[in-house]
Design a protein around this ligand. Structure first.
Ligand code: SAM
Length: 229
């Protein structure tokens, strides 16, 4: 599979915004196919691990088409979604309050939420330290954060199969059904993903503690939970 260069730091936000605007109409369908329909189960696990009571306010950052928002609403929480892409927001099917904005500069007052979720978006952000500082700012003390992201399986055999699938099959499926360049970028964007230690270091520096990392999908995805100190 031909590799294209990843966008430069300064181009990344507009590149990502344009890409999600383009793939938004088919995003849900391709996502379900790519994860064999497992992705909603992983989101459900994040919501369960937030361990928040009914009516508590939760912000879903990079909410996309609304999969997390629907689960948060179904758990009797009070969700709000924010996303950079107008296209993804247009195809959002959650029926909850939505705001267009960037994770690096969240359009919400300090300590507005008891919890925050963020699915498959960390590697798309431009400045992760600023994003975690924003997460910490908008969450109340003792509030919970739950992050869902892709990962690289640790087992060598599973890693080999996953690499074949993620780097060669996903771009073909995504390209045929939606947008070729976007689904080539998807596996490459893993290069932006910090290690577990780097993520925890950044999040600790922003005021989070009590980290838990749970591997799901045979190690192809990860859940990171933390508490606002
Ligand atoms: C792979 S999609 C994930 C959508 C959704 N969270 C999910 O679990 O399906 C990544 C989302 O991140 C959004 N995004 C990327 N950069 C962003 C930023 N700086 N601020 C807010 N949203 C951003 C994109 O528009 C897109 O909707």
């Amino acid at each position: 599979m031909k590799r294209s260069p990843l966008p430069s730091y300064t181009d990344k936000q507009s590149f990502v915004q344009g890409m999600f605007d383009r793939i938004s109409p088919k995003y849900d369908l391709v996502n379900r196919l790519m994860t064999f329909g497992l992705d909603q189960g992983w989101r459900r696990e994040v919501v369960r691990r937030l361990d928040l009571g009914p009516g508590q306010k939760v912000l879903d950052v990079a909410c996309g088409t609304g999969d997390f928002l629907k689960l948060l609403k179904a758990s009797a929480l009070d969700p709000t979604g924010v996303d950079l892409s107008f296209g993804m927001l247009k195809h959002n099917h959650s029926g909850v309050a939505l705001v267009q904005g960037s994770a690096v500069n969240l359009p919400f007052k300090d300590a507005s939420f008891s919890g925050l979720t963020c699915g498959f978006a960390i590697r798309n952000f431009t400045e992760l330290k600023m994003v975690f500082a924003e997460f910490a700012r908008v969450i109340k003390s003792e509030g919970r954060v739950g992050i869902l992201e892709v990962a690289t399986p640790k087992n060598a055999l599973i890693r080999a199969g996953h690499s074949l699938y993620f780097n060669h099959v996903v771009p073909v499926i995504g390209g045929a059904m939606s947008d070729q360049s976007a689904y080539r970028y998807l596996p490459q964007s893993v290069e932006y993903l910090p290690s577990e230690v780097e993520l925890q270091t950044m999040m600790s520096a922003s005021g989070f503690s009590g980290f838990e990392r749970v591997s799901v999908g045979l190690g192809a995805a990860q859940i990171i939970m933390a508490t606002r100190s």
